[in-house]
Design a protein around this ligand. Sequence first.
Ligand SMILES: [Zn+2]
Ligand SMILES: [Zn+2]
Length: 144
Amino acid sequence: MSDLLQRLRDRGWRLTAQRRVIAEVLDGEHVHFTADEVHALAAERLPEISRASVYNTLGELVALGEVLEVTTDGRAKRYDPNAHHPHQHLICSGCGTMRDVRITADPLAALPAGERFGFAVSEAHVTYYGRCPDCAAATAVAGG
Ligand SMILES: [Zn+2]
Ligand SMILES: [Zn+2]
């Protein structure tokens, strides 16, 4: 049973076939799909599902606070079901694979008072970049 699906059930969200398939696609850890990826995966299970209903459902899930919208580098928005555990992201600059990571330091506390310009700072998003093991191995092979 998907954690997201269970959370939606607990909230009494009406689970139509389309909503259920979308929630199932967004199951798991380290999931950060674009809307198009969600649509493609959902269509494998429910071929008649439309792009519009995927977009609408994703919007509702974000509004409910059950799915996060993640945007990095001006790339397409991604949808992340890990909405209840604060985390940062580790992204492969080669293939774009994205991992959820938790850091022990509070990223909010890392911003010194003198750099806050009087803002009541409420959120911080830190993104780490590097090469995943697969890309690092591919580079090593290509480089001989
Ligand atoms: Zn990679
Ligand atoms: Zn994430």
